[in-house]
Design a protein around this ligand. Sequence first.
Ligand code: HEM
Length: 186
Amino acid sequence: MSLLPFCEWLAATPWSIALHESLYLYPLVETTHVLSLMLFVGSAAVVDVRLLGLAFRDLPVSEVTGRILPWTLAGFAVAVVTGALLFYAIPVRTYLSIFFRIKLFALAAAGLNAFLFHRYWAADGRTWDLAPRPPRRARWAGGVSLCAWAIVIVMGRMIAYDWFDCDAQPQSAFVNWAAGCVVPGP
Ligand code: HEM
């Protein structure tokens, strides 16, 4: 099911056009998007290195997560709102961007990893809260989190590059399929 007709409708709305053509607002939103990842991914990485047993080993995991999580959630909220605005400004090109699609997969993987970790933590965390080197499952959660957010950031940066854009044909059959390009027949 393609969301392309919806994105084309979105791109024709006056606010989308105004944001896209704005001299200062779009750069302001994009700058805020980049700054938000500093707070969000930066704070999340502190918890991840504790879970990996690489740093803050003398601090209980609960203390690290308890102090940091509010900042992580605040940064995430700003990243999602500004990200949605960036999408709204250029919906068709972004929707057809192979980098944006990989970014959404990495976002979903990071979200699932966080959900499964918090469920594991709620069930078992007390038994290893003080452990300098947490159990394998917690270390895996920290490692997967760091990798997934790194992919989100790199793919976010790549969205600006038009190497695999649908309107830069010819593209390979795989790229046209993965990006959802509508390629007119011969
Ligand atoms: C929540 C975690 C997120 C992180 C860490 C993140 C990170 C990034 C980064 C590093 C860039 C590159 C900025 C630049 O170099 O100029 C970017 C661009 C972008 N992001 Fe995100 N992002 C996140 C969420 C989202 C969401 C939820 C959306 C949309 C639904 C989104 C949409 C975009 C778009 C459209 C761009 C391209 C802007 C452009 O190149 O003009 N992001 N993101």
